[in-house]
Design a protein around this ligand. Sequence first.
Ligand code: NAD
Ligand code: TYD
Length: 362
Amino acid sequence: MTAESILSPEIKRVLITGGAGFIGGCLVRRLLRNTDVDVFNLDKIGYASDLSSIENISVSNRHHLLRVDLKDAVETAKALEISNPDLVMHLAAESHVDRSIDSPIGFLESNIFGTYNLLEAVRSHWDNLSPERKKRFRFHHISTDEVFGSLGSKGRFNEKSQYDPRSPYSATKASSDHLVNAWHHTFGLPVVLTNCSNNFGPWQFPEKLIPVVILKAVNLQPIPIYGDGLNVRDWLYVEDHVDALLLVANKGQVGQNYCVGGYGERTNKLVVENICNLLDKYRHSSAPHDRLITYVKDRPGHDQRYAIDSTRITSELGWEPKYNFEEGLEKTIIWYLNNLEWCAKVRENANYYGRRIGTVGL
Ligand code: NAD
Ligand code: TYD
């Protein structure tokens, strides 16, 4: 399924927030490649941002960067005036749990106040649209399964799961979900929400599990597994997430949330072992890579298990992931091995070289 077939032809101008990040970048590239919409990319260009994946695309005259921090209400309102969108897809957020443990304030500012400023700017834009544009306008809020807390060994999150966020990151994402729902119920803003599981794939800033492990192994450094390595995440290849986002943005029911997961449940230990095995294949001179695995102190408040039941988005909208975990992982590893210079560049820009973060209280 391509964006072409799922974005309705009336949608000409799309505002993406966080389009210089990992998932937003994948979405922006898809829109530039497969549609003829104008993409307005609102991003503060923070430590995890990088535009090189977008700059490579030749049709970038339809890509308009708006370097704005959502903390700034005036600049955010201006961005809505400039972009004059038919659709807003809100991905901008501080996104790393470990960083939220070290310094929660930036998460409150971006994820809660930033979403509030955006909602107010969008509401004013929507109020002033012609009846025809108003009818088809959507605000799509992109959220995470982490708002539902931590599962035991059984069950999966679905759209009826109770909110129970437990990290500063997930608490701020839950707050933003509540704000979005409140703007729908109180002001009538036509919103759709998605709550997705852990994404992986090319161009992910190397601070999250999969790129961290690849780079540690390539550099023959200890590979850190937090705690006993038995925490479970439900991994989804980023292109599959983008398919889901475009479907929901275009065809989702207003006021509805959709859970998106990859049926890719794995313990962290298994994920790390899979990466080591694939690296043995592609870099056999330094095999076995699993000798580098090191168990380190657990993350404070570490959620045990996430898993998603994607029945609603599959039955209502026909979404299914195209990549299984092994296929996605192999593609990802090959990409990182071919893009080690990019990794070095983004690490240097962020002044982050893989040190352990998020250990406050340990
Ligand atoms: P990312 O950290 O790679 O990118 C986030 C982008 O948002 C960055 O470019 C950053 O500069 C921008 N941003 C942050 N605060 C901003 C602000 N105040 N103003 C303007 N721009 C700001 O994150 P990602 O992994 O691409 O995640 C994107 C979204 O998807 C987030 O909302 C996240 O909560 C959600 N999500 C992520 C995952 C995952 O596994 N990565 C899973 C489910 C949901
Ligand atoms: P992460 O990629 O940070 O995503 P999230 O915390 O949002 O799920 O972490 C995924 C899992 O991997 C999580 O259980 C923490 C664990 N982890 C490690 O064991 N070692 C690491 O170096 C990192 C970054 C994460």
